[in-house]
Design a protein around this ligand. Sequence first.
Ligand SMILES: CC(C)(COP(=O)(O)OP(=O)(O)OC[C@H]1O[C@@H](n2cnc3c(N)ncnc32)[C@H](O)[C@@H]1OP(=O)(O)O)[C@@H](O)C(=O)NCCC(=O)NCCS
Length: 226
Amino acid sequence: MTTPEHFFAPDRYNAGEFIIRSYEPGEGALMNAATRASYDHLKTFMPWARPDQTDEEAEQIVRRMHAEYLRAENFTLGVFSPDEKEVWGGSGFHLREGGLETKNAEIGMWIAGDKAGKGLGTKVLRALIQWAFTEWPWLRLSWRCDPRNAASRRVAEKAGLRLEGTLRSHSLSPTGERRDTACYAILKEEWTMADRLARVQPIDPVRGTLSQGMMRTRPPTSNLDR
Ligand SMILES: CC(C)(COP(=O)(O)OP(=O)(O)OC[C@H]1O[C@@H](n2cnc3c(N)ncnc32)[C@H](O)[C@@H]1OP(=O)(O)O)[C@@H](O)C(=O)NCCC(=O)NCCS
């Protein structure tokens, strides 16, 4: 059984072009610089985005996220530049479909305004899926978005997630209007099949190039209860 008491979350995933890891205490200002500069890009779909958040407030948030990560309560992740001096986005494995024992995680994501629309979101989601199904206990990864969020839907589809349905009038937009929620997911067995096919023909069908995740040697699996 995977329980918070027995689970030590993996630390980081180095995708070469970027690093995905938990935020550390002291990185509030770094995160705040990215989210404040991205406010116009984030405000339509991200209810938490604020143009006037102080570094102290951001530091409190970073410390809470770090504590939750260590306590295996919620796994918020930053997407960092290779030298880890810039935050390029954020993501996470969130326990919104039950606790650790369900082996379900919901992935959320934002990409900084000056990095968005250049393929980074797709690469990050593919890297997260690779990491999730090799080093984490997850068996099911879900992704939820406003159906009007074309970039979000497209990123999910390109990474191999399947649309399972749309919840009608299910959530609130950042301006408080009721909105639908599109629900996507990928199961571990579906990914394994896609991964096997990718090994036979390691060409990214979208870009026609050898993809980073596919070139990567599969890391040794941990001894976690799966
Ligand atoms: C959604 C988001 C994470 C996608 O990341 P990204 O790096 O911008 O996405 P990519 O560059 O990998 O693009 C993926 C696909 O979406 C399309 N896309 C990107 N921006 C788009 C836009 N504004 N409108 C329509 N399609 C868009 C791209 O063309 C690409 O599809 P294609 O390869 O068929 O052309 C990012 O745009 C973002 O942070 N948005 C604001 C926050 C948000 O909405 N997060 C998701 C909440 S569920």
